[in-house]
Design a protein around this ligand. Structure first.
Ligand code: CUA
Length: 207
């Protein structure tokens, strides 16, 4: 004769579970309340956080964007670093930066306190734009021109690190942004850049 097994189709009779302990209920309540706080932070941070990028986004043909970057580079090249062009665009202009495996093209030279519209896009695959030592991170997606209104608030010699795994040479994908001081001179270290790495405003990227 078969013994009856509980399959889940028949409810087990009676109270078979132990009632939750008071401490457990309390922790669930605390966790839930904290979830609500974090949930509320999302819209709050959107409006008050000051870390939102500008909303200028356009679809673009990756090759066309790269061609534009090359044209821009030819127009404003002022020097080079190990074969890589250093480009100094005029203040207030449109600046182009292309991420491609495994480089950031070209090297940008900007001036502290001046406004630029920085266009970033990728030629081939997803890359991550991370400006070191500042806390700035963006996904760079091929086919999208991500334009940021940027005013460098500190002079120095910055590195762009790719923070999205993009292939075998990902770890070598390091770019460079030079920010001249207000007199238009190069500063050798970016010590003052670290000081501005405070909540609510790191690069001066304005929404
Ligand atoms: Cu580009 Cu990782």
């Amino acid at each position: 004769m078969l013994t009856k097994v509980h399959t889940g189709l028949d409810a087990v009779p009676g109270v078979w579970w132990k009632p939750a302990h008071r401490a457990e209920k309390m922790w669930v309540a605390i966790a839930f309340a904290w979830c609500m706080v974090l949930f509320a932070m999302m819209p709050l941070w959107h409006w008050r956080g000051g870390q939102n990028p500008s909303g200028i986004r356009r679809k673009v043909e990756p090759r066309a964007f790269y061609a534009r970057t090359v044209e821009f580079t030819k127009q404003y090249q002022v020097g080079e670093d190990r074969g890589f062009p250093i480009v100094q665009p005029p203040a207030g202009s449109d600046v182009y930066l292309t991420a491609l495996t495994y480089q950031w093209y070209p090297i940008l030279q900007l001036v502290q306190g001046e406004k630029y519209r920085l266009h970033i896009s990728a030629l081939d695959v997803n890359h991550g734009f991370s400006l070191y030592p500042l806390n700035v991170n963006f996904q760079i997606i091929p086919g999208y021109d991500y334009a940021l209104e940027v005013t460098p608030t500190a002079s120095g010699d910055f590195r762009i690190i790719c923070n999205e795994f993009c292939g075998i040479g990902h770890h070598t994908m390091v770019g460079r942004v030079i920010v001249l001081d207000q007199r238009g001179e190069r500063v050798s270290d970016n010590a003052n850049a670290r000081l501005t790495n405070a909540p609510g405003g790191t690069t001066g990227a304005q929404p």
